[in-house]
Design a protein. Structure first.
Length: 172
């Protein structure tokens, strides 16, 4: 495919923009993309951290408008980062921040990633074994909860399911 601008060089950059609800797509060569100011992290004058900060409830592209729902004085006891700082910079200070700001981060992470639990990538070989092991671990957790809540019939069903899965795991 050739560049939509010069029509002579191969297109290496794909740009999709929305204008008044209409989607405009351009395929550009690297030279035409550079002339138009399209780069890997060119976000129309906004920085990548500000863009990420906008996901956490700040104004358009994180330009400093703090929504009242996140204007709390809460800070992380481990690193001292506040929710406002996270919104301004688009990154958390440490792993403890995930727990401290969980109620604010969960909806954002769910919107961005579709989930709030990191599952990682699975290897092409052995992915079935990894999925099976995760399923067994999940069932064991449910089994413990069922026993704690004295739901013994459910616990027996979970135990039997775990045994079946462990047998199929050994057979692989």
């Amino acid at each position: 495919m050739y560049c939509d601008e010069c029509k002579t060089r191969p297109a290496t950059v794909s740009v999709t923009q929305m204008y008044n609800g209409n989607q405009v797509h351009l395929s550009l060569c690297s030279e035409c993309a550079a002339k138009k100011g399209v780069g890997l992290f060119n976000l129309g004058g906004a920085s990548l951290p500000k863009l990420l900060g906008s996901f956490f409830g700040f104004g358009p592209l994180g330009m400093g408008q703090v929504q009242p729902s996140i204007a709390t004085g809460k800070t992380c006891p481990n690193c001292g980062v506040s929710l406002i700082t996270i919104g301004q910079h688009g990154r958390l200070g440490c792993s403890t921040c995930y727990e401290v700001f969980k109620e604010h981060l969960e909806p954002t992470l769910r919107r961005i990633h579709g989930n709030t639990v990191h599952t990682g990538k699975l290897p092409k070989k052995g992915a079935g074994k990894v999925k099976l092991q995760r399923q067994i671990e999940q069932l064991k957790s449910e089994l413990q909860a069922a026993v704690a809540n004295e739901q013994y019939e459910k616990a027996a069903e979970l135990r039997d399911r775990i045994k079946e899965l462990e047998k199929s795991k050994e057979a692989r």
